[in-house]
Design a protein around this ligand. Structure first.
Ligand SMILES: NC(=O)c1ccc[n+]([C@@H]2O[C@H](COP(=O)([O-])OP(=O)(O)OC[C@H]3O[C@@H](n4cnc5c(N)ncnc54)[C@H](O)[C@@H]3O)[C@@H](O)[C@H]2O)c1
Length: 363
């Protein structure tokens, strides 16, 4: 099965997202657009070790020189330090304006390699090959690139669109369930903010035993990607609707930060964050059944016992999120399933309640 979605952008050329199980031929065909003999591959360390032949063979047909830079595993690699090492590697190995970068890995690799491609020689061609579920449904789409800074997550970066994205579920064969679950958080988010029937589809794929066959997730990956594409195409630079994609993330970013970016994964933090945001929505008058989220609790292996900050302190931390504008905290909340809105917070009592409730649920 092979499928594509066209992404139309106002700030860069349109590009295609390719979905399928084994996209090697499509990758070889696509690579013919480049005249360069050389290509850079910025690749996650695990993927390099386990899938090297799989990605090298189709690219070797087009490029006589593949320069491979290994990106260490984990969120800590999304740093200015590794960015600099990768940039040095490109500049010391003869990158020019026509040399493409293939970013092969999860969101960490995609964000970092994307930022390298965005900034090397003021921008060189970028192709994303996402290898985690999260990267396939979220981080490889929309053009956000960047690295973390000591003061917070994703604080150094830019918008930079790829020339193509290849979401090949063959890579998911080696992805552990814990990482699949991280992707489920973002898919659940699409269910909560856009298409509630997605929640039932996830239920089907996880109800007795977690379905680890990537082929079975392909349809949900495509639907999720389509939602993200629809939202970001309308709002490339995040001035309007795109902010809905942040549902649960203002809460989640606080947890990620308090966990020093290694105690909770992005997916875990977003899951807990969506519970908080749903609870807050209900406090303001909505009537959303929290079981839409909580019935997936057993998939997640984490708790919030290490969070010792009280709810008022957590709200203070939310105010430092980079999405805060004119010192007004804006939260994405839900009127109902599939009906997000932005709430400008004046009085924070209901958010404190939502944190209290969330900490209790995740004890
Ligand atoms: N740019 C965006 O719009 C956007 C959106 C959402 C998230 N993000 C970012 O994405 C990052 C999280 O992405 P992630 O969850 O993919 O994390 P990740 O890139 O750290 O990958 C998770 C783990 O999976 C391993 N891995 C990758 N592919 C594998 C495979 N095929 N088989 C086995 N293991 C594999 C990696 O080595 C790593 O240990 C965060 O930094 C987050 O901020 C960015």
């Amino acid at each position: 099965m092979f499928d594509t979605i066209r992404v139309e952008t106002s700030t860069a050329s349109d590009y295609d997202l390719h979905f399928g199980n084994d996209l090697r031929n499509e990758l070889t065909d696509f690579a013919k657009i480049y005249t360069s003999d050389k290509a850079f591959i910025l690749v996650d360390a695990f993927v390099l070790e386990h899938h090297r032949e799989y990605f090298e063979a189709p690219l070797n047909e087009q490029f006589s020189e593949l320069k491979i830079f290994e990106i260490p595993r984990g969120e800590q690699a999304k740093s200015i330090k590794v960015y600099k090492q990768a940039m040095n590697y490109l500049l010391e190995n003869g990158v020019d304006r026509g040399t493409p970068v293939f970013a092969i890995g999860g969101g960490v690799t995609g964000d970092l390699a994307g930022f390298v491609a965005a900034t090397a020689l003021r921008g060189i061609p970028l192709v994303h090959i996402p290898t985690t579920l999260l990267a396939m449904v979220d981080s490889s789409i929309g053009g956000k690139t960047g690295v973390n800074h000591d003061t917070g997550k994703n604080l150094v970066g830019s918008f930079y669109q790829p020339e193509a994205v290849f979401a090949d579920v063959k890579y998911l064969e080696t992805l552990p369930q814990k990482e699949m679950v991280n992707g489920v958080s973002e898919i659940l988010k699409y269910g909560m903010i856009h298409s509630p029937d997605i929640i039932d589809q996830i239920k089907e794929l996880t109800k007795n035993e977690f379905n680890m066959d990537g082929q079975n997730w392909l349809d949900l990956i495509r639907q999720s990607a389509q939602i993200k594409v629809d939202i970001v195409s309308e709002d490339v630079l995040e001035s309007g609707k795109r902010v809905f994609l942040n549902f649960g993330h203002t809460y989640g970013h606080v947890l990620e930060k308090l966990g020093n970016y290694n105690l909770y994964s992005h997916g875990q933090a977003v899951y807990a964050g969506m519970v908080g945001a749903t609870y807050a929505s209900n406090k303001l008058g909505s009537n959303i059944d929290l079981s839409n989220l909580l019935e997936f609790r057993s998939l997640y292996d984490f708790d919030l016992q290490d969070i010792t900050h009280n709810p008022a302190e957590l709200v203070e931390l939310m105010k430092h999120d980079k999405k805060v504008k004119d010192s007004t905290l804006r939260l994405v909340l839900l009127k109902d399933l599939g009906m997000p809105y932005v709430y400008k917070v004046a009085e924070t009592g209901f958010i404190e309640d939502s944190w209290q409730q969330t900490l209790k649920i995740f004890l």
